[in-house]
Design a protein. Sequence first.
Length: 194
Amino acid sequence: GVLMIPIFILSLISIYVLIERFLFIKKAGQVDNNFMSSLSENLKKGNTDAAKALCQAQGSAIGPVIAKGVSRIGKPIREVESAMEAVGKIELSRMERSTAVLGIIAGIAPMFGFIGTISGVIKIFYNISLADNISIGLISGGLYEKMITSAAGLIVGVFSFVSYHYLSMMIDRNVQKMEIHAVSFIDLLQDPRA
């Protein structure tokens, strides 16, 4: 039926958002294993320009957070922490962008399926009202529409729901990495010999 069109469009959107966000979030969480040791070396030498360049070369969400901290070196630790926290929130919002779409699709795709169910039942009763007798052929068209739209709506809804929560778990892991690196950076500032 016609209701399969919006369900199909919602499935395409959810697949696109999942793939695009997965790649973005995965890249945002990748950190070079030598990043903190290289940063520490540059800071020990007093080379903040090289430290900033190292952060910018990271290409992950952690890079801008630490770069903001490097740019605030010499200010009180509390000010450095709050500046890094502000950038961390920006990076978090960049990772979360468009993931809410999956949550919305998880809610409305089954509704379209339910509307298809109602449409199929209406079709069954309409066909019965036109015919003098009830036959399986008369009922089967409406039942088919009812079952297909319900199943399609639920499948798209479940897919979007699972995708949303999977991406949320990835984001949580990235936030944890950012916090670990931010704490390590603050420790470096407080004890540059570390």
